[in-house]
Design a protein around this ligand. Structure first.
Ligand code: ATP
Length: 359
């Protein structure tokens, strides 16, 4: 009997290479802990789905996702999609439909990876479903509009609900990590007095439930500079959608690039493993994409589901995967060219599976 139902959606470009590797690694980890039985549900999405089924996001896929605990979504290369109403960017729809309000993006400098921020160990929690993003912040229509041919308006949406949910995720993470026990709320309330003001007020309200965690606040431009100069002073960071989008790529730059930047979108009922990086069409089909971010995103998903189910086997499998992944990176076994290695996507994944088997 399976006690987990996990979806696998490759996405586009390098997604077809890194997502199967992430699944293979999860299977290897789970094989050592038979109490966690997974039913794997493979679903079409993206450009391949459009070519094969006439739509990049089929209604039956949306229905099936409701029946899962979580899923792995590969990167989506929607910028290259043809202009066709049946070929749409699926990821904002998924984030919104399943209420995946918090996007958890760790930036961790690892031994074995040369990088410009070797002391970095922080997590950015990005609110995922409102802010400036016009593809998801309206019920109908779009908030990016042109009243005249010489004027464009981009409206930003901030709600107490989503700000509080992202803040709660950040405080929970700070408590679990048990490190610096600090949440930094990043905003620009000097200019956006109402929008960022509401965001910050929501963070302060949530902070009252976490007296053991310090809340500090920082203006976004100051934070962008300080994170580069002294990343070690940060623990968990919470911010609005667009600031989080930009700052998490900056944080990835500190720890060795986008291949090292995992992400997990979480909401009250579902979670979606989605690396920070895009579909990298420039390196697609060459078997050189770094699978670290996708494997780690999938591992975070497994860990989140297992914690929710209070399942010791799933938790142990996630821990084994983590240890093996760190070992492969530390020992530079078969790592990909972006990490200075000569390995491939496939060989790096196999090295992680071997490290899991060796325990
Ligand atoms: P999007 O707008 O979809 O987020 P992006 O602008 O962030 O995409 P990416 O597709 O992530 O762009 O690629 C940016 C650069 O990082 C490219 O040169 C790409 O090859 C590189 N890159 C991204 N992901 C990886 C990876 N997993 N391994 C190695 N290089 C990567």
């Amino acid at each position: 009997m399976s006690n987990y139902r996990i979806g696998v959606l490759n996405g586009d470009d390098i997604g077809h290479e890194i997502v199967p590797v992430a699944e293979q690694v999860l299977r290897a980890g789970l094989a050592r802990h038979p109490g966690a039985q997974v039913e794997w549900v493979h679903l079409p999405i993206g450009y391949k789905s459009f070519l094969e089924h006439g739509h990049s996001l089929l209604p039956e896929v949306l229905d099936t996702l409701y029946t899962l605990d979580g899923w792995i979504l590969g990167p989506i290369g929607h910028m290259a999609y043809p202009k066709d109403p049946n070929c749409i960017n699926p990821h904002p729809i998924l984030r919104k439909k399943y209420d995946l309000v918090s996007n958890v993006r760790p930036a961790l400098a690892l031994p074995g990876v040369r990088c410009i921020g070797p002391k970095t160990d922080l997590i950015i929690v990005r609110e995922n479903n409102e802010g400036f993003q016009p593809d998801r912040n309206m019920y109908r229509g779009t908030s990016d509009c042109m009243p005249t041919e010489d004027m464009a308006l981009s409206l930003r949406v901030i709600t107490r609900r989503n700000s509080s949910m992202a803040a709660r995720t950040a405080f929970e993470l700070a408590r679990q990590r048990g490190g610096r026990k600090k949440v930094t709320a990043v905003h620009k309330n000097t200019v956006f007095k109402l929008g960022c003001g509401l965001f910050l007020d929501s963070c302060k309200e949530v902070a009252q439930d976490y007296p053991d965690i310090e809340l500090e606040s920082c203006i976004v431009d100051t934070f962008a500079m300080r994170m580069l100069m002294k990343p070690e002073q940060y623990d968990v960071v919470v911010t609005t959608n667009m600031f989080g989008d930009i700052l998490s790529d900056e944080a990835a730059g500190l720890v060795g690039g986008l291949g090292m930047a995992p992400g997990l979108c979480i909401g009250p009922d579902y979670c979606m493993a989605q690396a920070t990086h895009g579909s990298a069409p420039d390196i697609a089909g060459k078997n050189i994409a770094n699978p670290y971010a996708m494997i780690e995103s999938a591992r975070m998903m497994l860990s989140w589901i297992a914690e929710k189910k209070q399942d010791a086997d799933g938790i142990a499998a996630a821990e084994d995967i983590r240890r093996a992944l760190l070992r492969v990176v530390r020992e530079r076994t078969d790592v990909t060219p972006d990490l200075g290695g000569t390995g491939t996507t496939t060989s790096m994944g196999e090295a992680v599976c071997r490290a899991i088997a060796e325990g």
